[in-house]
Design a protein around this ligand. Structure first.
Ligand SMILES: Cc1ncc(COP(=O)(O)O)c(C=O)c1O
Length: 466
């Protein structure tokens, strides 16, 4: 592998003068309060993000793990210029009712080549959080039908007595629950938010379902260095999960868990922990949903992060979003909802997004990017571990799986200072949890670029130690 020269270049204050002027004009967008970068998406290339002021950053942020193949990947540009993409873009359809041959080929190829083991259906929406909400609905629907069946009644809601049908329309709801983990993030819709426990500002003043949560293991990192302590932390969490499931016996529709808690601080647990979660969930007769919106489509080093847990049986549902270019979930046969009208959104599958997502998956396979993620990710992690040894007062808890990498600084203020200084030197990373730096490199990031970033981190830490 040749070593490309670093392209980092920051010649203006950040944001630069052109970006600042544009940011000031964009205030009609409610979300402009966050905006710090105005990109030049014509000249950006691979993991190198260019801004309108001519600054060039190594992008280890990838828009919160949205980016997969870097900027302006030739395969995606070719696709975007193709008639197939143009027609799919300008002719939206209500996919469940009316689509083109491409959609049939898309689901066929996803099912045959890219879906997690054991999944027999997929359901497509727009964003990741909608995918989670949809998976939750599938869990509640199957749970409700099973309960009616167990009572010797018809599972079909159209056969409910008239009074019960009216009650449903009048918000009778259900006493069934979804169990989630402390620190989790599952999206911003009101369903996913009730299983989200990472930040006050996600939830303040909003209604929430009274669903139980279980503490996620408070692991110490690197995981392998604290096996006994971490095993005890996992045991405590599993004991609480068993209690919660027992307390809600017969009423748990699903247990939802991220393979690695991303927004909640990049918190990991062992494969053994997830196998026990699955066993307990099965015993309770509930669905196990892995939320792979952030971890799915390659950044863990396997296409789906939960594949590394060696579960004896597949999970019941796996949600996706971000790098897949659309949200949704995969379901096992037990959670394939088939009754007309139960699950439906107008679009249910944007063909232009599907074309991009499929090309990304094909490129991950043809360019063997999972091998790159595994080996370059391990190289990155050992570099961060070396920084933790060299700057123990500043860098702690190095952790990672593939390109899902993180480390801590002592306080939120020091973490933010680190991120700012790194950005001024041309490396863009992001935050997570209370005081963690989160790295989500594009899957095409190579060792030479990682070494470049490690050099920048080193220089920043020297500066911060002074
Ligand atoms: C695990 C997980 N689930 C759901 C979501 C929500 O995805 P979106 O913001 O695309 O709705 C996210 C977003 O970060 C996530 O990390």
């Amino acid at each position: 592998m040749t070593t490309p020269k670093s392209q980092r270049l920051v010649t203006t204050e950040l944001p630069g003068p052109l970006a600042k002027a544009l940011i000031a004009r964009g205030g009609f967008d409610m979300q402009s309060i966050y905006r710090a970068v105005i990109a030049d998406d014509v000249t950006s290339s691979g993991p190198w993000l260019h801004d309108v002021d001519g600054n060039v950053f190594l992008d280890l942020f990838a828009s919160f793990a949205l980016g997969a193949l870097g900027y302006n990947h030739p395969a995606l540009l070719d696709l975007a210029r193709s008639p197939a993409f143009a027609h799919a873009s300008v002719n939206p359809t209500s996919t469940p009712f009316l689509t083109t041959p491409f959609w049939i080929e898309y689901v066929e190829e996803i099912g045959a080549r890219f879906a997690p083991r054991g999944m027999t259906k997929m359901y497509c929406v727009d964003a990741g959080g909608e995918g989670v909400e949809s998976a939750m609905k599938a869990a509640f629907i199957v749970h409700g039908e099973r309960r009616r069946k167990a009572d010797g009644r018809s599972p079909n809601p159209l056969e409910l007595p008239e009074g019960e049908q009216r009650a449903v329309l009048d918000n009778a709801g259900t006493d069934a629950v979804i169990v989630s983990f402390g620190g989790a993030f599952h999206g911003r819709g009101l369903g996913p938010l009730s299983a989200t426990h990472s930040k006050l500002m996600h939830k303040a003043d909003l209604p929430a379902f009274p669903w139980p949560q279980v503490p996620f293991p408070e692991s110490r990192y690197p995981l392998a260095r604290f096996p006994d302590e971490n095993a005890r932390a996992e045991e405590a969490s599993l004991t609480e999960l068993a209690h919660v499931l027992a307390r809600h016996a017969g009423r748990v529709a699903a247990v939802i868990v991220e393979p690695l808690q991303s927004e909640g601080g990049d918190r990991h647990a062992s494969p053994a922990f997830f196998r026990r979660v699955q066993a307990l969930t099965r015993q309770a007769g509930a669905a196990l949903i892995f939320d792979e919106v952030q971890t799915g489509c390659g950044p863990s080093g396997t296409l789906w992060a939960h594949e590394q847990f060696e579960l004896p049986e597949p999970p019941d549902m796996v949600t996706f979003g971000k790098k897949m270019q659309m949200g949704g979930f995969f379901a096992s046969a037990d959670y394939a909802i088939s009754q007309f009208g139960r699950m439906y959104q107008t679009r249910n599958g944007d063909r232009a997004r599907a074309l991009l997502g499929l090309e990304i998956l094909r490129t991950i396979a043809s360019d063997d990017l999972l091998t790159n993620v595994k080996s370059t990710g391990a190289h990155f992690l050992s570099g961060i571990e070396a920084l933790a040894e060299r700057y123990p007062a500043l860098v702690t808890s190095p952790r990672g799986q593939g390109f899902l990498l993180a480390f801590d600084l002592p306080t939120a203020a020091l973490r933010d200072d680190f991120l700012k200084r790194a950005q001024r030197r041309g490396v863009m990373a992001t935050y997570t949890g209370t005081r963690s730096v989160r790295l989500r490199p594009h899957l095409v990031t190579r060792p030479a670029e990682v070494d470049d970033a490690l050099g920048v981190f080193d220089a920043v830490l020297v500066e911060m130690s002074a």
